[in-house]
Write a protein that binds this ligand. Structure first.
Ligand code: DSN
Length: 424
């Protein structure tokens, strides 16, 4: 340990602002005390968190390395160059822009680069597993662009590829988008590339959910197929809460101009440094083992829940997440989420394809295995987790004082004590 000051000083925070220090501590307690199964969350490393909590947060650096609108950028230029080079190497990409503040910001920049207001986009519908920023009417993307949506096939519950091709030929969108937030199966990128080429469209992949599995070489990469790939850096990838874009050389200038100055101002240099740390972590053998384990765990959890009648849509998963239909056990998504919460299990209600319920009730739950895998759990633990979820959902209650909630919470506590989050 060095006595040099890097930026973070919990003692100083605690003495000045015990209320916020208390929130930090109780959130750590929440992470350590329960099961974290939100498919879009993870636990980034102390090295990533250290870069995030650093003095790089202070620096204005509008522009790009070597081309800034502020003085004093030599040090942050080093951080951004490292992040860019590591990101390009990790994904074999021609170009990387590491400035997007989030996944939604990255997606805004892709719209800015390729579409004019009123232009047509073809994307997956939100109720079938897409994302708000993929043309939902309540998002800028649905208000400013003409979004046409494909969904999943009623029988397979996987992407309806025939519909994608039919809608592409009928509407001739400028951009075709693949990806979403509740897609358990691998996406056929070669198929999308062929359809995009046939109509002269840009092929964009929003890889936010699964990019960590690509980084760990556990699933095929969209990078060789897509014109542009946007992603968040905090889901399976396990970096800071942020975003990034990779693209082909042909689109480098359009993407860079769309991120800055079109959509964003000053980049968050602390976050960019943290992304650089994360990309270095992703290039290790340990990370590859983690990515493979995330998938093995997700498959085991999906099967375990299915064995309890909590049906996995598409019959299972190829990725880090599974989506489950609760109709066979006669429980709604909102009730399942509340019952799990009371039992120390954090997950989210989720619409399933062709859901008869409104989105705020939902007939499903979505579970992901990034956090529990980061904590070191394996397939044997996933069977236990499936049993605990099933008990909470089918026999539990939203009241934490209920007998079943208390019992399951005790078993959750025993399990996570063996696999502590952020062990000292
Ligand atoms: N909100 C994220 C998710 O949970 O999938 C996507 O932005």
């Amino acid at each position: 340990m060095s006595d040099t000051f890097y930026g973070s000083d919990f003692d100083a925070l605690e003495s000045f602002d015990p209320e916020i220090a208390g929130v930090l501590l109780s959130e750590l307690g929440r992470l350590r005390g329960g099961l974290q199964l939100i498919a879009s969350e993870n636990m980034s490393s102390p090295a990533v968190l250290t870069a995030l909590g650093s003095t790089l947060s202070n620096k204005y650096a509008e522009g790009y390395p070597g081309r800034r609108y502020y003085g004093g950028c030599a040090e942050v230029d080093k951080a951004e160059n490292l992040a860019i080079e590591r990101c390009k190497a990790l994904f074999g990409a021609d170009h990387a822009n590491v400035q997007p503040h989030s996944g939604a910001s990255a997606n805004q920049a892709v719209y800015g680069a390729f579409l004019q207001p009123g232009d047509t986009l073809l994307a997956m519908s939100l109720p079938h597993g897409g994302h708000l920023t993929h043309g939902s009417k309540v998002s800028f993307s649905g208000k400013w662009f003409n979004a046409v949506h494909y969904g999943v096939d009623k029988d397979t519950e996987d992407i309806d590829y025939e519909q994608v091709e039919r809608l592409a030929k009928e509407h001739r969108p400028k951009v075709i988008l693949a990806g979403g937030s509740a897609i358990p199966r691998l996406i056929d990128f070669a198929f999308f590339r062929r359809v995009a080429d046939e109509i002269g469209a840009i092929f964009w992949v929003d890889a936010a959910h699964f990019i960590g599995l690509v980084a760990g070489q556990a699933i095929p990469s969209p990078v060789p197929y897509a014109d542009v790939v946007s992603f968040t850096t905090h889901k399976v990838l396990r970096g800071p809460r942020s975003g990034a874009i990779v693209c082909t050389e042909a689109h480098r200038a359009a993407i860079d101009k769309a991120v800055f100055p079109m959509m964003q101002g000053g980049p968050q240099m602390h976050s960019i440094a943290a992304k650089a740390v994360n990309f270095k972590e992703c290039a290790t053998a340990e990370y590859q083992a983690y990515a493979a384990q995330v998938i093995a765990n997700a498959a085991a959890l999906a099967k375990g829940l299915g064995d309890h009648g909590i049906r996995p849509t598409t019959g299972g998963t190829d990725t880090h997440l599974s989506l489950h239909d609760l109709q066979p056990v006669l429980v709604t998504g909102v009730d399942a989420e509340a019952r799990c919460d009371a039992a120390g299990i954090t997950l989210n209600k989720n619409a399933i394809p062709f859901d008869p319920q409104k989105p705020n009730i939902a007939s499903g739950i979505r579970v992901g295995t990034a956090c529990v895998t980061t904590q070191g759990m394996g397939i044997a633990e996933m069977q236990v987790v499936a049993d605990l979820i099933a008990t909470a959902v089918t026999k539990g209650d939203a009241d934490p004082g209920h007998r079943v909630s208390t019992e399951v919470r005790g078993q959750v506590s025993d399990l996570v004590r063996r696999f502590p989050a952020y062990p000292r």
